[in-house]
Design a protein around this ligand. Structure first.
Ligand SMILES: [Zn+2]
Length: 285
């Protein structure tokens, strides 16, 4: 039997099972009333997307989600004055936003090798996105020094990362672009990647630990061959999501409208597999 995500089941989930705790852990409570929220709503059977919304308190937000049975729930940046539906946030003063990343298995369709085509998750394809997440996580910590990094299963075929160190909220689009370009180099930049970056890629993607001896003796031959094979696997970040400061991202703990899965926090990127994330039906039995 095909399970359908009805407004009634969503209302029940958001009124009795949902918690804003994971979101508050990431965005904090300061200036909550200035935060933009957006929702996919079901009105008389039709879907409608609204944004430019804000709420005075977390409980008002949850109340709204429960009352309307939102089909999708998203959070954006902070603005002054607080967003309101009658006015686009682009007309308001932007005052801050965490640094976010979106990794999706669909972006690796051209290098899948399982033979099952695109648009799916399988154990053979999943490491493409899991390795990219581990690589991104380590790069953010070791090369940029970020400490508050939270990972969530996106609800379908990938991960969302929230970097919530205070300084990230002040980054303009130029800084965000510089960070994403360092992590996801363009084709022509791949020949000039820093050595630490190359070592990390070999360690995570091939489990090869590059020692100094190997570097001296073999880098030009064997290591270079391995390296050329993993170039394609480097993180393929949806750059627009990271760079555009007004973009919305799914609220942690909310339900993915296409799968019914919960946007779940992931503590261990290496062992996580999408089947581990609960869906709304399994939670409400
Ligand atoms: Zn596959």
């Amino acid at each position: 039997m095909k399970r359908i995500l009805t407004k009634e089941i969503l209302q029940k989930y958001y009124s009795s099972y949902f918690s804003l705790e994971p979101l508050i852990k990431v965005i904090g409570i300061s200036k909550f009333q200035n935060r933009e929220f957006g929702f996919l709503l079901i009105d008389n059977g039709n879907e409608r997307f609204i944004r430019n919304m804000s709420f005075k308190t977390p409980s008002e937000l949850v109340k709204f989600m429960a009352l309307t049975g939102v089909k999708g729930a998203y959070v954006g940046a902070m603005y002054d004055p607080p967003p309101r539906p009658s006015l686009s946030v682009t007309k308001l003063k932007w005052i801050g936003r965490e640094l976010i990343f979106d990794l999706d298995l669909t972006d690796y369709d051209d290098i899948r090798t399982c033979g099952k085509g695109k648009d799916h998750v399988c154990p053979k394809c999943w490491p493409l996105v899991a390795n990219a997440a581990m690589f991104l996580d380590e790069t953010l910590k070791d090369d940029f020094g970020f400490k508050k990094i939270y990972w969530f299963f996106s609800g379908r075929r990938g991960f969302h990362a929230w970097v919530a160190d205070d300084i990230t909220r002040t980054f303009d689009e130029e800084v965000r672009e510089a960070i994403v370009s360092y992590i996801s180099p363009e084709e022509h930049e791949k020949n000039v990647l820093p050595l630490a970056y190359q070592k990390r890629a070999l360690k995570i993607y091939t489990k090869t630990k590059l020692t100094d001896t190997m570097l001296r003796k073999q880098f030009k031959s064997e290591i270079e061959k391995i390296w050329s094979e993993l170039m394609n696997k480097l993180p393929r970040i949806d750059k627009k999501v990271t760079i555009d400061r007004v973009r919305l991202l799914r609220i942690p703990g909310s339900v993915h409208n296409a799968t019914g899965k919960i946007v779940t926090e992931v503590k261990d990127l290496e062992s996580f597999y999408p089947d581990d994330a609960p869906d709304i039906w399994s939670i409400m039995v």
